[in-house]
Every structure is written in structure tokens, then in C-alpha cells.
Write a protein that binds this ligand. Structure first.
Ligand code: ADP
Ligand code: MG
Length: 282
């Protein structure tokens, strides 16, 4: 898991750090150039074509995703629903370039994710994608502020600036009184807020959240839902949420159901506009 790979003590070696910093600057410049001309509001931000994921091989091969086609426009908030084991997490990991498909292609701003290699793909994720893991994956012995600052510290941001920015984000998610608490000392709902702040601190375009309310009671789930919806709008995000929560799903612009390896508009999603049908070309 990429977030925990940071070496706060810097014992990874000066050379490696310098290389990472140079790489970050190069990728950031490249992204800035791309953003300035490629994407207009409402354009397709993220696209998957004929995405297929098979785990294992031979007799034990499992085809989790068979042929996934998906077009997500900038600013959309999409719910992905489906039974446990249907491949929701697998799909989010492919969309975040955390895993590679068996075949098929993911495009981000019309550029295939395969174009990003090794460290560049880590930089791409760090800058463009906010990922909220189902079990939040916070570092239990680090403070809330340190956890939130992690994605910035992986860049060339200083510890002081990173923690200052983290403090602002903790305020934004309503946890300003918890900045110095260790993650392990926080409640489930508070940990999820920290995870959301960490996902967004770096200013990504795309928020991917894997069952963000899955482990929470109804009251906390509702508060997290409100928070995600508010942040989606105030930070002009494009958001994809895997969820079992029908109330959360209904608050999204459209609902897609993942079943038997295929993604389709959900039959219960009465408000899905006709343009939401997958397979459309931009
Ligand atoms: P969901 O998030 O919808 O519950 P997952 O994407 O976690 O579904 O899993 C889909 C299927 O893929 C499950 O049958 C799961 O056991 C299998 N699976 C997930 N990850 C792996 C892996 N790394 N190796 C083998 N099988 C896996
Ligand atoms: Mg899952």
C-alpha cells in the first residue's frame, strides 16, 4: 500500500529523495500542461474500455471483471453497487492504477494509465487521485495531522508545511480538536474523516472511496455521507464511491451495478439520465 511507504526519517537515502523530488516536479509540470488544454468542464475525466481482471491461472482462474466499459465526466458523483465479492474493490484499484488489468485500458484525461511507469505512476496517484480505503489504513501510532500530511511529505513538501496543510484539512472535516491524537485513539467515524482528509490534502481531481460508510453505524455513516457530498461540491471533485449503502448510492448522480463481471446502470436508479448509459463515446 503506497501511503505507508514513506520514510519519515529520510533513511531511504538522499539520492533517492532527490530523484523522487525531481520526478515529482517533472510529472507536476507535465500534468499542468495537460490540464491547461485537454479537459473542458463536463468532458470525460476517466474512461475504462473492455477492462478485464482475472485472478489466478488455469483451473483456479477467477474472472472478476469481464468487460467493463465506463465513462465518467468531470464533476460526476457515481455509486458502484453490487454484492460482496462482485469486484468493486478490484475495479477501484484498477481505476486508481493501484493494480493492472489483465486486459483493457483505463484512460485518465484521455491518457492511458499504462503511459505512467514505475515512480511516475506513484506520482500520478499522489497528485491526481484521492483514495479512501474501506479499512482506512491509517498509521495507528502517527497523529491525525501526520497521517493527513503523508501524501504531501511524499512530495517535496517540508514537514512544517505538510502539517500546516493537514491542520487546515482536519478543520475542514471537523476534527480540528483531534490533530495531535494518534490515529489509534480515534473513533471509527473520526478515523474515516482523517482518511478522507488524507485522500484530499494533495488536491486530487478524482476521489475514489471504497465503502466509505461500510464499517460505521447509521449516525456516523450519515455524517460521513454529508461530508463526502459537501467536499465533492466545494472541491469540484469527480467521485466514485463503492457502497452497500442504498441511501448513499441514491445521493449520487447515477448508480452502476457490478454483477457477474459487468457494469450496468442500476435498475433501481430511476433518475439515471439516458446519457448515463455506459458505452457512449464522448
Ligand atoms: P468486492 O469489493 O465487491 O467485495 P473484490 O474486488 O474485493 O470484491 O473481490 C472480487 C473477487 O476477487 C472475490 O472473489 C475475491 O476473493 C477475489 N480477489 C480479490 N483480490 C484477489 C487477489 N489478490 N487474488 C485472488 N483473488 C482475489
Ligand atoms: Mg470491497
Amino acid at each position: 500500500m503506497w501511503v505507508v511507504q514513506i520514510d519519515l526519517a529520510g533513511s531511504g537515502g538522499d539520492e533517492r529523495e532527490k530523484r523522487m523530488a525531481r520526478n515529482a516536479a517533472t510529472v507536476a509540470a507535465e500534468i499542468k500542461t495537460e490540464q491547461s488544454g485537454v479537459l473542458a468542464p463536463g468532458d470525460v475525466l476517466l474512461e475504462a474500455r473492455a477492462l478485464r481482471k482475472v485472478y489466478g491461472s488455469g483451473d483456479s482462474a477467477i474472472t472478476v471483471l469481464d468487460s467493463i466499459d465506463l465513462s465518467v465526466r468531470a464533476g460526476e458523483m457515481i455509486a458502484i453497487v453490487g454484492p460482496s465479492g462482485s469486484g468493486k474493490s478490484t475495479l477501484l484499484h484498477l481505476l486508481a492504477a493501484l493494480d493492472t488489468p489483465t486486459s483493457g485500458t483505463v484512460y485518465f484525461e484521455k491518457k492511458t494509465l499504462e503511459a505512467y511507469r514505475e515512480e511516475a505512476v506513484a506520482e500520478f496517484r499522489n497528485r491526481r487521485i484521492g483514495f479512501v480505503w474501506q479499512r482506512h489504513h491509517l498509521l495507528p501510532d502517527f497523529t491525525a495531522a501526520e497521517n493527513v500530511a503523508m501524501p504531501l511529505l511524499m512530495r517535496d513538501t517540508s514537514l512544517d508545511s505538510g502539517l500546516e496543510m493537514a491542520g487546515r484539512w482536519l478543520q475542514e472535516v471537523g476534527l480540528e480538536s483531534r490533530t495531535q491524537h494518534r490515529a489509534a485513539q480515534l473513533s471509527g467515524g473520526e478515523q474515516q474523516r482523517v482518511a478522507i482528509a488524507r485522500a484530499l490534502v494533495g488536491g486530487p481531481s478524482l476521489l475514489l472511496a471504497d465503502e466509505p460508510t461500510g464499517d460505521l453505524d447509521e449516525r456516523n455513516a450519515s455524517a460521513i455521507m454529508d461530508l463526502i457530498e459537501r467536499l465533492h461540491h466545494t472541491h469540484q471533485l469527480t467521485s466514485i464511491l463503492a457502497t452497500h449503502n442504498p441511501v448513499l448510492a441514491k445521493r449520487c448522480d447515477r448508480i452502476l451495478r457490478l454483477e457477474h463481471g459487468v457494469l450496468r446502470p442500476d435498475a433501481a436508479d430511476q433518475q439515471a439520465p439516458s446519457s448515463a448509459v455506459e458505452g457512449e463515446k464522448s
